[in-house]
Design a protein around this ligand. Structure first.
Ligand code: RB5
Length: 149
């Protein structure tokens, strides 16, 4: 079964739970690392939890959410091996996979999106990395981790 790791801070509980339910409806096994309580937590902690779990193996991709999606995506992108996209709409969610081969996507629970977040999640899942010229660019992204730029 395809597996997804999910984590969020207190700023995106409702949105995250709706994403988890949607993924489960689609047949994914979801490992939701929290949080479900409105008590304040720090988004870098939730990002590193999710990324560490993803890197341990067995996951197709990860989803992280905070109030804006910004702090948790910045945090995730600091972890070697993670390419976390913060799509604004369905087009960007599609490109996140087709062009960037993102292995994480982030959303904001306090953001008013112009399109449904669940449709954005579906667009990401249902797209495929195009490779070709995009592979070279993704390789260049990953080379930044090695400090070679
Ligand atoms: C938490 O209040 C908030 O700062 C966080 O959820 C997120 O929006 C940060 O980028």
């Amino acid at each position: 079964m395809s597996k997804v790791v999910v984590a969020n801070d207190h700023g995106a509980i409702e949105l995250t739970l709706s994403i988890v339910a949607h993924l489960e409806e689609r047949g994914f096994e979801v490992n939701h690392l929290g949080v479900t309580s409105p008590d304040s937590v720090d988004y870098p902690d939730m990002a590193t939890k999710a990324c560490g779990e993803y890197l341990a193996g067995g996951y197709d991709f990860g989803i992280v959410c905070c109030g804006t999606g910004i702090g948790i995506s910045i945090s995730a992108n600091k972890v070697d091996g993670i390419r976390c996209a913060l799509p604004q709409n369905i087009f960007a969610a599609t490109m996140a996979k087709e062009h960037n081969n993102a292995n994480f996507i982030a959303f904001g629970g306090r953001i008013e999106y112009s399109e449904n977040v669940l449709d954005m999640v579906d667009a990401f899942i249902d797209s495929s990395f195009q490779g070709g010229r995009h592979q070279k660019r993704v390789d260049k992204i990953m080379a930044i981790e090695g400090g070679t730029c």
